[in-house]
Design a protein around this ligand. Structure first.
Ligand code: ARG
Length: 467
């Protein structure tokens, strides 16, 4: 950053220089330089429009655009001379433009304000980021479906309250996360539609006196339309908040998966192996294989929720229209996007290499009387009301617990004593495979159902509706 005092583009009515601390403290250039490429794209479209509308001469527009393209190269090559005295990316670029083409560079800002400029830049930036995130979600979903296919018959313990509940197949469990990711993707696509409206042309807040062509600028920049109210165009950041909310839900989902991976991979569970490239060792305990990646994903969810809360709080008390508070929108937004990108990359790689300890999974799936509901269902099929069947099986579970055996190992008479006329074979026909295979209703864990869900998912992933 250059330290030489700079003439401020807004300096006309000032007598005193900006306090040196304030100058540095209020500058956003350290973080909003990320917007450089989109800022220049927006400026070029604005310059073209000024030329088309005869607001600035065609020859001047040519010079301005050529210089903006040079500046774009300087930024790309890291040779652009940033200055924090110039506050933000918008004024840095404008000052550089004027340094290159002289006073006519000052014509670029005709019919424009930094307020509509920054709102446009963030939307342009978010468009690319949201598209990249949506692609990453699709990659993650592909891995989940591939792994679901590999594990379509692998019996796995299903829990409620973290107590053994009913057996499932692991493929079904993975597809639960596929569904969450599909909704996450839908939320991004939905937010994208509202995001893709052009604020430029709103001016500082009230619109402009020049005969601009907002629709033409929107077309050139690939926006679907223009923000219809100039005050709203420069005032709201709801589009950014929506993305942060969608990002937060992605993190809720990833964090739950991460928590399961931490549990499943811990030696007392011993249900899955995380790929070694995604684990770390301990500097003191040689036996350790720590699940740092899922732990960090779980931990990083906190910062994304914090980013959402930060922007909601920044916005909630602001009178219309632009207020400098809104400069605080960028860091949480960038932080959340970086975090979610990183977490999705990590979890996708990890899930691709995940393996299941099948024998252990089968053993745990059968523990804790996991087939008790199946026995109750079987009794219901003989005509017993479900509540009575529940009561009978509850008693049988208590007997089995006393005897230290499984339901299937109880003597047949324990059942026929309670339900005279019941098929004595019901007990030993209870198996975890039978339990999962029987759950054939739509959306259930029967391998036949899971195969259909995989086929549907493959079709959906073949033509993902990317924003
Ligand atoms: N750096 C500012 C921001 O990010 C740009 C808009 C400034 N507008 C103004 N009138 N001070 O919000």
């Amino acid at each position: 950053m250059s330290e030489t005092p700079q003439k401020k583009p807004w300096g006309g009515r000032f007598h005193a220089a900006t306090d040196r601390f304030v100058e540095r403290w209020q500058a956003s250039i350290a973080f909003d330089q990320r917007l450089a490429a989109v800022d220049i794209a927006g400026s070029i479209a604005h310059a073209h429009m000024l030329g088309r509308q005869g607001i600035v001469g065609a020859h001047e527009v040519e010079q301005i655009v050529a210089a903006l393209e040079e500046i774009r190269d300087e930024l790309a090559h890291g040779t652009f001379p940033f200055s924090d005295a110039l506050e933000d990316i918008h004024m840095n670029v404008e000052a550089r433009l004027i340094a290159k083409v002289g006073a006519i560079g000052g014509k670029l800002h005709t019919a424009r304000s930094r307020n509509d400029q920054v709102a446009t830049d963030i939307r342009l930036y978010l468009r690319d980021e949201v598209t990249a995130l949506a692609h990453q979600l699709v990659e993650f979903q592909r891995v989940l479906v591939d792994q679901a296919e590999v594990h379509v018959e692998v019996v796995f313990p299903g829990f409620t309250h973290m107590q053994t509940a009913q057996p499932v197949v692991f493929g079904h469990h993975l597809l639960a996360y596929y569904e969450m990711a599909a909704r996450d993707h839908g939320r991004l696509a939905d937010a994208y539609r509202r995001l893709n409206q052009l604020p430029l042309g709103a001016g500082a807040l009230a619109g402009t006196t020049f005969p601009i062509d907002r629709l033409g600028v929107a077309r050139e920049l690939g926006f679907d339309g223009v923000c219809r109210n100039s005050l709203d165009a420069v005032s709201d950041r709801d589009f950014a908040i929506e993305i942060l909310a969608a990002a937060s839900l992605i993190m809720v989902h990833l964090s739950r998966l991460a928590e399961e991976l931490v549990l499943w991979s811990s030696p007392p569970f011993h249900l899955v192996h995380l790929p070694e490239g995604y684990c770390t060792g301990s500097s003191i305990m040689p036996q350790k294989r720590n699940p740092d990646v899922p732990e960090l994903i779980r931990g990083k969810s906190g910062r994304v929720f914090g980013d959402l809360t930060a922007l909601l709080t920044v916005m909630k008390g602001l009178p219309l229209a632009y207020n400098k508070d809104m400069q605080e929108d960028k860091e949480p937004l960038f932080d959340a996007l970086d975090t979610v990108h990183g977490c999705l990359t990590a979890i996708t790689g990890l899930m691709a290499g995940l393996t299941v300890n099948r024998a252990r999974a089968r053993a745990l799936a059968g523990q804790g009387f996991a087939t008790a509901t199946d026995l109750a269902d079987a009794l219901v099929r003989t005509g017993l009301p479900f509540r009575d069947a529940h009561e009978v099986v509850g008693k049988l579970v208590a007997r089995a617990e006393e005897a230290g055996c499984d339901l299937a190992e109880l003597p047949a008479a324990t059942l026929t004593d309670l339900v005279p006329g019941a098929d004595p074979d019901l007990l030993h026909r209870l198996t975890v495979d039978g339990s999962v295979a029987a759950r054939v209703a739509l959306g259930g864990t029967a391998p036949a159902q899971v195969r259909e869900a995989i086929a549907d998912a493959r079709i959906a992933l073949h033509h993902p509706q990317l924003p």
